[in-house]
Write a protein that binds this ligand. Structure first.
Ligand code: NAD
Length: 576
């Protein structure tokens, strides 16, 4: 698999320069100019990405407009079948997609294999299913002899703009609902991570997606992104990225009164009360800070999520089996563990597990995912109640130090490369500023040595870094760092910690740890946050609203929310 993309599972070692083309009206179209894209783990240019602008966006919007009448008149069932077929095709080439994502983004191959690409597949399946189950509303007014009902229709050409941290995962989280609802799309992935979107385009025809339904224009935000945002024939923009860019998009789209969905940055707190179960809380908070790792777990040990009886999304059953194990034996171990792990009976999560196990039977498997703290839901402020502060800090740092940073294609590595040289510098500068303000760096950047393999010396790597005794007003406690850095501070009372947790401009995700159920509810209600996880992190049901409040966004995504965003509602009144 993967040959058709010009990519093979060994492409991680290939020196050939990959040249991408825009995908417009069902055809790959070269661009007059290109920009370089770097492999973050080596620092080398390995790909050239079209530097599209107004002209390319114009052509893509025209193709999408032309395709709209055909696509929007298909039944939800027909569209659903096509989405499912596309999911199957991506899944078939999962390894090639994972290799490409890891090389392009710097994340570990394990994370790409077990989270990014399976989730992209799942996005198509999820919306293929959910589009079949929406109902409209109906009310009666007997005294007036009237019945009212609502109808929903696709809006038109949707502009979709996505970031670099979860490239195919987040792009498909937009494409899938948009086309499931009958819209056609012009998508613009991040210029730093364009490869898997280009690979997906190669599968669209085979899946049965008519030409012009999905168009992908590559390039920078300033040129391609703004051309899309300003295009008068694109009535809605779904954007995931930084708050700063969202402000610009809001300004630029205002003259056209566009519908906007904005999923933005975060400065997510974890609040840990002194009655929290630290054996669950510490590994989860390390993972939520440095996303998304649990230290390697041998098959004989009971993974902590099994005890909780459910499987957090984003994790998968990765078993530690020796390479030379008889394949039959390894298969039966896998099945046995699967059965135990799947007691939660959560169908969508089951899919994750089955997929991962099928891929890895008989191979040496280690746990898993990481994304270098480059996930919008990552914890970056940890408030610990004073009575357990010292113990928590000691155990937390010990756990963080277990993480291995290095070559992302090595399956034993937990932390891959950051996205770019500039981003690495930005993240490092936050640590320096914290030190200058008198905070203590307990591990990671500037404290521990970072040993990298010879091929990765020029890559953009950084160790998981824990900072303590940071003031609430410090930029490290106020601004989104978006790297493997987390701050730990002490608090005394419930009232105090709620105020401090809410004391930032963001409001995306929060985590609360306590064994007092009353307190957990109280605190969750008072937090200004679109998502609150209590005694867990990143357990998601895609049916429910996802998104942030305050500077973390406008609007929500999910089964119903995405359906409402990508359709126009009409109220019809019938008098009888
Ligand atoms: P970014 O805002 O720099 O870029 C995001 C996308 O917008 C890219 O495709 C970029 O090319 C494009 N863009 C940039 N300027 C533009 C403009 N003027 N007009 C139109 N498009 C433009 O963000 P990033 O650095 O790629 O991603 C990291 C950010 O994304 C972080 O802040 C992170 O928290 C956020 N994020 C949020 C979520 C969420 O669901 N809330 C998920 C992932 C990432």
């Amino acid at each position: 698999t993967g040959e058709e993309f010009g990519l093979t599972p060994t492409m991680a070692h290939s020196k050939a320069l990959l040249v991408l083309e825009n995908f417009i009206g069902g055809k790959f179209v070269p661009c007059s100019s290109y920009i370089d894209s770097y492999n973050p783990s080596t620092g080398d240019v390995y790909c050239r990405v079209p530097d599209s602008g107004k002209e390319e966006v114009e052509a893509a919007v025209k193709a999408a407009k032309d395709a709209f009448p055909i696509w929007s008149s298909k039944s939800p069932l027909e569209r659903s079948q096509i989405l499912n077929k596309l999911a199957d095709l991506i899944e078939h080439d999962l390894e090639a997609f994972a290799q490409a994502e890891s090389k392009d983004q710097g994340k570990t191959i394990t994370f790409a294999r077990t989270v990014d690409i399976p989730r992209a597949v799942h996005n198509f399946r999820f919306f293929a299913s959910s589009i079949l189950h929406h109902v409209t509303e109906c009310t009666e007014m007997p005294t007036m002899g009237c019945v009212h009902y609502t109808s929903r229709a696709p809006v038109g050409v949707a502009g979709l703009i996505s970031p670099w941290n979860l490239p195919l995962y987040l792009l498909t989280w937009k494409i899938a609902p948009a086309i499931a609802c009958g819209n056609t799309v012009v998508a613009k992935p991040s210029e730093m991570t364009s490869v898997t979107a280009w690979m997906m385009c190669k599968l669209l025809e085979k899946a049965g997606v008519p030409p012009g339904v999905v168009n992908v224009v590559f390039g920078t935000g300033a040129k391609a992104g703004e051309a899309l945002v300003c295009h008068p024939d694109v009535p809605l923009i779904s954007f995931t990225g930084s708050t700063l860019t969202a402000q610009r998009i809001t300004e630029k789209s205002a003259p056209h009164c566009k519908r906007l969905s904005l999923e933005l940055g975060g400065k997510n707190p974890a609040i840990i009360f002194d009655d929290a179960d630290l054996s669950q809380c510490i590994p989860t908070t390390v993972r939520s800070s440095f996303a998304n790792q649990v230290p390697p777990t041998p098959v004989t040990q009971k993974p902590h999520w099994q005890q909780a009886g459910r499987v957090p999304e984003g994790l998968c059953a990765c078993l530690h089996l020796p390479l030379d194990l008889n394949p039959k034996l390894s298969r039966s171990i896998s099945r046995l563990c699967l059965r135990k792990l799947l007691r939660g009976k959560q169908n969508n999560k089951r899919l994750f597990f089955l997929l991962s196990i099928r891929r890895y039977q008989g191979k040496k498997l280690l746990l898993i995912p990481t994304a270098q703290g480059e996930i919008c839901l990552c914890t970056s402020r940890i408030f610990v109640q004073r009575g357990i502060y010292s113990e928590f800090l000691k155990r937390f740092v010990e756990e963080a130090k277990k993480w291995k940073t290095g070559n992302p294609s090595d399956p034993t590595i937990n932390v891959g490369a950051l996205i770019s040289k500039e981003h690495l510098e930005k993240v490092r500068n936050y640590v320096k500023k914290a030190q200058a303000e008198g905070a203590r760096v307990l591990c990671g950047e500037g404290v521990d040595p970072l040993a990298l393999p010879p091929g990765n010396q020029k890559g953009y790597f950084m160790l998981p870094t824990v900072i303590a005794e940071v003031k609430d007003e410090s930029c490290c406690m106020q601004e989104e760092i978006f790297g493997p850095v987390t701050c730990v501070v002490a608090f005394d009372t419930e009232e105090e910690v709620i105020k401090r947790a809410n004391g930032v401009k963001y409001g995306l995700a929060a985590t609360v740890w306590s064994s007092n159920v009353g307190r957990v509810h109280r605190v969750a209600h008072k937090l200004q946050s679109g998502l609150v996880w209590t005694n867990c992190w990143l357990v998601r049901d895609l049916n429910l609203p996802f998104g942030g409040m305050k500077a973390s966004g406008i609007g929500r995504e999910g089964a119903k929310d995405s359906y409402e965003f990508f359709t126009e509602v009409k109220t019809i009144t019938i008098k009888h």
